[in-house]
Design a protein around this ligand. Sequence first.
Ligand code: DGP
Length: 110
Amino acid sequence: MNCLFCRIIAGEIPSNKVYEDERVLAFRDISPQAPTHILIIPKEHYDSVLEAPADTVAYMVDIAKKLAVQEGVDKNGFRLVINTGDEGGQSVKHLHLHLIGGRSMQWPPG
Ligand code: DGP
């Protein structure tokens, strides 16, 4: 298995888990861009959002909303990001949703 996030799901690589169920795993980003920076990933491998069924993406967003409340960033606001492809800045080719919050953010991003 050469997918980094599949190896995290399998427990071969440690992660700081914040949520897990039969469909998704959520863990803290190794290089946090804000006080809250969590990655929500499907347990089934999809290279990117382009390959994933809509219900999988919707489920990931639903979990992200719950984690935003759990993290206490729902009141002040947060950002959900799915980087896709090379120009989209996707470095890990396993679909992941970034939940980023806890500081003020500008738009557009750099
Ligand atoms: P992206 O650039 O959208 O593909 O985001 C990939 C993110 O994955 C990036 O913010 C850093 C994070 N990351 C990379 N390797 C690891 C790892 O081994 N553990 C954790 N927790 N996060 C990782």
